[in-house]
Design a protein around this ligand. Structure first.
Ligand SMILES: [Zn+2]
Length: 248
């Protein structure tokens, strides 16, 4: 009997130590990767586009007369609410949220936007149903069930804004880029931007890094784009220069 207890204790002890090591490595890697990110400060950045900074992530808001379209929804609902307030943006006036994907740092503010329709890629639903998971037993989730699914290369007219969806899978199953009014491209997490040049996404956070890298080629040849807005690496007003040297 005593021997059995000893064996059980050894097994449990080993599992606890393993769990702590894996957890420790994960948090160390998470912190070191997010420290390299450089989102822009909350504020108006160009024309009618505003950035909202929430720790290491940006969401964006496009002003359309007296209403707004949001790209993503931040990682902390209270931070998003406070930052929007600084800009005098009433979340009730947001009529649409275009989600680049459904990772937790992109959807937390969704409940703030009660009057908005929520859009995401059809393929991204696999991340919500648990068909695809980045971490075993952990699915993505959003607070709304009435989201609208978008196809690849779908044009959407919201107010006066014209949005074209480009499926760029890899970071998640349905990572979507949005080309808004031809010249503004919102890329979510599918790429990095360092010194004005495109780079690959952060492998540690990708579901399929190879596929994510391949997907970048889908957005490097868009004739009318002038700006790229990323979720973690700021933005550039020189699309041509950013994509010029990109190689898979
Ligand atoms: Zn992200």
């Amino acid at each position: 009997m005593k021997k059995k207890i000893k064996i059980v204790l050894i097994i449990v002890g080993t599992l606890v130590v393993l769990f702590l090591i894996i957890g420790g490595v994960f948090f160390y890697k998470f912190n070191s990767e997010t420290k390299k990110m450089h989102p822009v400060a909350t504020g108006k950045i160009v024309d009618n586009i505003y950035a909202i900074k929430d720790d290491f992530v940006n969401m964006y808001v496009i002003k359309d007369s007296n209403q707004y379209v949001a790209i993503d929804a931040g990682k902390d609902i209270d931070v998003v609410a406070a930052e929007l307030k600084k800009l005098d943006i009433n979340p009730d006036m947001v009529i649409a949220v275009l989600l680049t994907h459904t990772d937790a740092d992109h959807v937390a503010g969704v409940p703030l936007f009660k009057n908005a329709k929520i859009y995401l890629a059809k393929e991204e639903e696999k991340m919500l149903t648990g068909e695809k998971q980045k971490i075993p037993f952990v699915s993505n989730s959003i607070s709304r069930k009435d989201y609208i699914l978008l196809e690849d290369k779908q044009t959407l007219i919201i107010g006066n804004e014209n949005s074209f969806s480009i499926l760029t899978e890899g970071h998640t199953t349905g990572s979507m880029c949005y080309q808004v009014n031809d010249k503004y491209l919102f890329t979510g997490d599918i790429l990095s931007l360092v010194d004005g040049k495109l780079g690959p996404s952060v492998k540690f956070f990708d579901l399929d890094h190879e596929m994510a890298t391949k997907s970048i080629s889908k957005i490097t040849n868009l004739p009318n784009v002038e700006y790229i807005f990323t979720a973690h690496f700021g933005y550039t007003n020189n699309y041509k220069d950013a994509v010029k040297d990109w190689k898979e």
